[in-house]
Design a protein around this ligand. Structure first.
Ligand SMILES: NC(=O)c1ccc[n+]([C@@H]2O[C@H](COP(=O)([O-])OP(=O)(O)OC[C@H]3O[C@@H](n4cnc5c(N)ncnc54)[C@H](OP(=O)(O)O)[C@@H]3O)[C@@H](O)[C@H]2O)c1
Length: 241
């Protein structure tokens, strides 16, 4: 039986980790998902996984893009909007991690700001423009626990996430009256490649799982449209700070 098409969801960082879990889950819920990341091979794997889901789901759209290529991202999202109509959900999960506070050359800091802040700004500019015309939409910005607490030796990554949450909080207030809801999700360690590369001290099973983010989004989507939630902080039971 074909699933009821519940709309269109764009997910950045959809090639692995949190983004791929959210994309697969939303596809399973009946959304046509638009998968954005740089690595086409990994995006194709997520596409194949979705196409293998038990019930028929709307065919995903694979968009291999670097989100720092703002003009292309803007054009592609506008094409998607023309082809498939309303954008119901945007999940911004793409980001880079970088260790340390002042140890990197300035240009490395600029690179992470470019991905974690400027590219998010650009995609939000395009998508909120479309959502304002629709007078509807839900935006989930995957920030981090590091957006709420300045970890020692975490100033580079943390500052990009503080900025992202700051932008999100303003949009939360600006867009709610226009029918668009925006929520920051701020998880601690999540069991993905990023946590491993960043040297998490936790075992896989002690971390937040990518599906916890998916289920948080499902919970928010199930609330009535009268409810706005600015942010959700997810911590690990084993190491609450
Ligand atoms: N894992 C954690 O412990 C943790 C904790 C808190 C918050 N977060 C946040 O959760 C989000 C997802 O992280 P994750 O753990 O799933 O990390 P991940 O496994 O490293 O995945 C990051 C994703 O971002 C994409 N990406 C990076 N730069 C990109 C670019 N320039 N253009 C397009 N896509 C790009 C990557 O795909 P390509 O390489 O294919 O482009 C990948 O799909 C991030 O915002 C991260 O900061 C993670």
């Amino acid at each position: 039986m074909m699933k009821k098409n519940t709309g269109l969801a764009i997910i950045t960082g959809a090639s692995q980790g949190i983004g791929s879990a959210i994309a697969t889950g939303l596809a399973n819920d009946g959304y046509r998902v638009v998968l954005i990341a740089r690595n086409k091979q990994n995006l194709d794997k997520v596409y194949d996984e979705i196409m293998k889901l038990e019930d028929h789901v709307p065919e995903p759209v694979v968009l291999p893009l670097d989100i720092t290529d703002y003009t292309t991202v803007d054009n592609e999202i506008r094409n998607i909007n023309r082809q498939y109509g309303a954008i119901d959900i945007l999940v911004n999960a793409a980001a880079l991690f970088m260790d340390g506070s002042l140890n990197e050359p300035v240009d490395h800091f600029r690179k992470i700001i470019e991905t974690n802040v400027v590219a998010q700004y650009a995609i939000l500019k395009t998508v909120t423009g479309i959502m304002k015309t629709q007078k509807s939409g839900y935006i989930f910005n995957i920030a981090s626990r590091a957006a709420k607490y300045g970890f020692p030796d975490g100033g580079i990554y943390g500052s990009t996430k503080f900025a992202f949450v700051g932008l999100t909080e303003s949009l939360y207030r600006e867009l709610a009256p226009l029918g668009i809801r925006v929520t920051s999700l701020c998880p601690g360690w999540v069991n993905t490649e990023m946590a491993k590369k960043a040297g998490t001290p936790l075992k896989d099973e002690e971390m937040i799982q990518p599906d916890d983010l998916l289920n948080t989004i499902r919970y928010l989507l199930n609330l009535s449209e009268n409810v706005c939630i600015k942010e959700i902080i997810l911590e690990m039971r084993k190491s609450i700070i």
